[in-house]
Design a protein around this ligand. Structure first.
Ligand code: SIN
Ligand code: CO
Length: 387
């Protein structure tokens, strides 16, 4: 299925991705949402689920925000109109949403943040705003009017004294009413304002991009953690300083600059840090390894009985490749395995595919190194069997 309608993936990436908004009518033809509003409200009652309710009083432009977990009573007390319930990372709770994200695999999976579901009755909105990330807004149920404006920046004024970032004014360049299955792509920083026409669910597929400050800080922390205290600034070529002993001269600056450049230019370290960083879980405590470790004999027959092996919804996978090595990372940790051409092919496949048909990997099962890799991934709860 091509969710980009008439547009090819290449055209989308060249013309629109990170460049300009795009409306795709009927991106998901005959769309059947995997949930109804009650399911979403039910998730918002759960302790481990991140959720918010925004209530707008349109008479005086005031906003109220409440954070979950909610109770049945909190929902009973809501006004009839003009509010929105937002539930984050629903793809980690409802496997059908993780499957929906598969449709976006033309973007690297390590760029994915989460799938957020919103429910709003008529008039519900989160106000005119901009996000710092790319987002695909899929209309799940009902209708929503989207106004899309120009690219914004921190200098654009936001409303004072409200608990959410809302633009004081927003120019509208496009206005579209989205029906179920329609999808709107927005690059980072474009102003947008979506108002529910009737009971409406929107599924936001959000991507993440670390700030340059995070990259610099994260990578230098990673490098610094490997240095010893005796690795220090040295100046064996020092010249007589007595004419101006307080001066930090160009030679000194050059020596410091060299320390930094030598360290920062270590691409091998950058790969490791990046794979760790980009696979860090959104919610650290949500993922648990299996309580009781299994042996190969416990699972051997499951490869015959179960249809597929599925990536756990709470596991983030990524890998990089060097000449003779596939370095696999899951949830911020390296996943070591004996490197052979066979295990490498298997590791790449398992990292790239959310579902692997068990029939497809039967030939690997007689290889003891592949058995060990599969067993470790199953014990780590990164893969599970599905009928
Ligand atoms: C919504 O679903 O109401 C808001 C999504 C967004 O604007 O990012
Ligand atoms: Co937004």
């Amino acid at each position: 299925m091509n969710i980009l309608g008439d547009i090819s993936c290449e055209e989308f990436l060249n013309e629109y991705w990170q460049k300009k908004p795009l409306l795709i009518r009927n991106a998901f033809p005959d769309f059947e949402p995997p949930v109804n509003p009650d399911d979403i409200a039910g998730l918002a009652l759960e302790e481990d689920v991140e959720s918010r309710i925004l209530i707008e009083d349109p008479s005086n432009q005031s906003w109220q925000v409440q954070h979950g977990p909610f109770t049945e009573e909190s929902f009973a007390e809501l006004p009839k109109e003009n509010w929105t319930l937002l539930v984050q990372a629903v793809d980690q709770w409802i496997p059908e949403f993780a499957d929906l994200l598969e449709q976006f695999r033309f973007i690297p999976t390590w760029r994915k943040d989460d799938l957020m579901v919103s429910f709003a009755p008529k008039g519900g909105s989160v106000g005119p705003h901009y996000d710092l990330y790319d987002v695909f807004l899929v209309q799940g149920m009902g209708q929503r009017t989207w106004q899309v404006g120009p690219k914004c920046s921190e200098s654009d004024a936001t409303v004072d004294d409200v608990p959410v970032k809302i633009l004081k004014s927003m120019q509208t360049d496009h206005e579209w009413v989205l029906n179920p299955g329609d999808m709107l792509y927005l690059p980072p920083s474009y102003a947008h304002h979506g108002v529910a026409v009737n009971d409406c669910m929107t599924f936001s597929v959000g991507f993440r991009a670390p700030s340059e400050a995070d990259v610099l800080q994260g990578f230098t922390d990673h490098l610094a953690s490997q240095l010893t205290n005796d690795q220090r600034y040295t100046d064996p070529t020092l010249k007589d300083a007595s004419a101006a002993p307080a001066l930090i001269d160009d030679d000194a600056i050059e020596r410091f600059s060299q320390i930094l450049q030598e360290k920062i230019n270590q691409k091998d370290q950058l790969k490791i840090w990046l794979a760790q960083y980009m696979t860090e879980p959104k919610y650290e405590d949500l993922h648990e390894p299996l309580e009781e470790e299994l042996e190969w004999l416990d699972i051997d027959n499951l490869f015959q009985e179960a249809q597929q092996l599925t990536q756990n919804e709470t596991s983030r996978w990524a890998y990089f490749k060097d000449d003779n090595q596939v370095s696999l990372f899951i949830n911020g940790q390296a996943q070591p395995f004996k490197q052979t051409p066979t295990t490498q092919t298997l590791a790449e496949h398992l990292a790239n595919e959310r579902h692997t048909a068990t029939q497809e990997i039967l030939s690997y099962l007689t290889d003891p190194d592949c058995q060990k890799l599969l067993l470790d991934l199953i014990n780590g709860n990164h893969l599970y069997f599905e009928d």
